[in-house]
Design a protein around this ligand. Structure first.
Ligand code: GLC
Length: 538
């Protein structure tokens, strides 16, 4: 174990090193900067806070850290409304802090992935302010989507598109023209047909690559290109169509050209810098298109995230995902939680037992896995936040894409005592529930039954065991109804009881790790209680 960390910490294991394909089986930890650690006690997480906690992430055993946006932003959508792509918001620190973060992470053997938000800017971005100032007909407006309205006096929106956050996707500027925003009105969509937009983002990529980042998570990667003429959708319930290829603003074929040009830039840099698509598409096959060899490296597997705790459904989505990604030579990814969805402990409906079983299944699959801050502590969704503290624009606009998102964004607990449970020296921008006390990092550390120690053990095994993570295949074994059992090369097997009652099976081999206690039978077989996953050396 000590040896492993020492090896991993070699600075040569970072950009510039000859090792390739690090991302194919990487465990990538999502930091939500507002809610991870607060270095200056103002109640809001920041980069100095993250820097101070990097050793925790190294010891947890993750390979890379993805940071949600920390750029200059009025925070109309928690930083996904960027006013300056080359500056850090003062609330999070400075560029100097970001540089220090990247350097510290690399010194610890961790890679850094930053969030890039190319579909839209903030309405406080210089280009959008110019577009408003210059008025109708100005070429500077062409970098966004401005259109005259319909109706006698242009009082109706130019088409029938709806914002993901609810309400029309158009807002009228003071001079009477309308501008498009697929999200909040403070997030106007860029016009990706405009060469200046394309040039600007290539330059932004280079800016951060020069700073040393190891990759980008690309926000709304499926949204950049809109169907020509911005046609009406017609008589559909639009929200039901999100992630459906009939929408004229999502998953248009034109996006792929953009990612091909970005891939060329990523490949100019040493150390395998990667692009990760946040692409909500209708099928895993559509997602695979973003991962053709000359496009991006990974995409989130939202089909997996959207699958309930059901053995048959899980097996189906695992097979489909592996098959789809194999056709383009990309690794499959797995994700259960992020800052936009209800935490999986709550969403899967089976409490901490089921959450632990789901996590161990995810980490036993081949490919790359995403862990959202706090899931390693077994944090539940916070469901009783008072309305007045909520900041999610989806809540304010009263129609969320996945329900309201503040409940998974509550600052995480580090210590059992103290202001904001060690999140910072002051308070916390969202109130933390009392149960945080028992779920704090400090409270779980050293307790072999804790979820934190389960994650630590699982991630350590992933590094030590040759069969875990690598490859693109699972070999399914016969199993009773409600149970998943698969083998992996290198002598690894995973069994999952997603059914309702206990099942007894012949012990597949030596137990490596289990998400809950197993029953040992006199004849050498084992009983898997419901909501339990076990890893075996076979
Ligand atoms: C992505 C982000 C989400 C944000 C939206 C608009 O889906 O994950 O948090 O609200 O894009 O940028």
């Amino acid at each position: 174990m000590t040896q492993r960390l020492a090896d991993h910490a070699q600075p040569t294991d970072i950009p510039g090193n000859p090792r390739s394909d690090w991302w194919r089986e990487a465990v990538i930890y999502q930091v939500y900067p507002r809610s991870f650690a607060d270095g200056n006690g103002d109640g809001m997480g920041d980069i100095p806070g993250i820097r101070a906690r990097l050793p925790y992430l190294r010891d947890l055993g993750v390979d890379a850290v993805w940071l949600s946006p920390f750029y200059a932003s009025p925070q109309a959508d928690a930083g996904y409304d960027v006013a300056d792509y080359r500056a850090i918001d003062p609330m999070f620190g400075t560029l100097h802090d970001a540089d220090g973060l990247i350097r510290d992470a690399h010194a610890l053997g961790l890679r850094i992935i930053v969030d890039l938000v190319p579909n839209h800017s903030s309405d406080q971005h210089e280009w959008f302010k110019q577009a408003l100032r210059e008025g109708q007909g100005s070429p500077l407006r062409a970098r966004y989507h401005f259109r005259p309205g319909k109706g006698e006096n242009g009082e109706l929106p130019p088409n029938d598109w709806e914002s993901v956050f609810g309400g029309p996707a158009w807002t009228r500027a003071e001079d009477g023209e309308w501008f498009l925003h697929l999200f909040a009105p403070e997030q106007p969509d860029f016009n990706w047909e405009h060469p200046a937009v394309r040039d600007e983002f290539r330059s932004i990529l280079r800016f951060w690559l020069d700073m040393g980042v190891d990759g980008f998570r690309i926000d709304v990667a499926h949204g950049l290109v809109k169907a020509e003429g911005l046609p009406d959708i017609g008589d559909h319930e639009q929200l039901k169509l999100l992630g459906n290829d009939v929408l004229p603003f999502f998953d248009q074929d034109g996006v792929h050209e953009i990612y091909r040009s970005w891939r060329q830039i990523l490949d100019e840099y040493d150390g395998e810098r990667i692009g990760v698509a946040e692409a909500w598409t209708a099928t895993v096959d559509r997602t695979a298109k973003y991962l053709r060899p000359d496009e991006l490296h990974q995409a989130f597997n939202f089909q997996y995230l959207g699958t309930g705790w059901d053995a048959e459904e899980l097996r189906k989505v695992i097979d489909q995902s592996l098959d789809a990604m194999r056709t383009v030579g990309a690794p499959t990814t797995w994700v259960l939680s992020n800052h936009d969805v209800v935490r999986h402990l709550t969403r899967l409906g089976g409490g901490v037992r089921r959450a632990r079983a789901a996590s161990l299944l995810m980490l036993g699959l081949p490919g790359s896995a995403y862990v959202y801050q706090g899931e390693e502590l077994g944090l539940p969704e916070v469901t009783d936040l008072p309305d007045e503290v909520r900041q999610d624009p989806a809540f304010v606009r009263a129609a969320g894409q996945d329900g309201f998102r503040d409940g998974c964004r509550v600052p995480i607990p580090w210590t059992a005592e103290g202001a904001s449970y060690g999140f910072g020296a002051g308070g916390s921008w969202l109130p933390q529930p009392e149960v945080w006390k028992t779920l704090a990092v400090e409270a779980q550390t050293g307790d072999p039954d804790s979820t934190l120690e389960l994650y630590r053990s699982a991630l350590a095994l992933r590094r030590e065991h040759p069969g875990l993570g690598a490859g693109t295949e699972v070999e399914w074994a016969d199993a009773p109804v409600g149970v998943l059992a698969f083998r992996r090369p290198g002598g690894f097997m995973c069994t999952v009881n997603a059914g309702e009652g206990p099942v007894t099976i012949p012990a597949p081999g030596g137990l490596l790790l289990a998400s809950g206690e197993l029953g040992a039978e006199a004849d050498g077989s084992v009983t898997l209680p419901p909501d339990t996953t076990a890893w075996w050396a076979v």
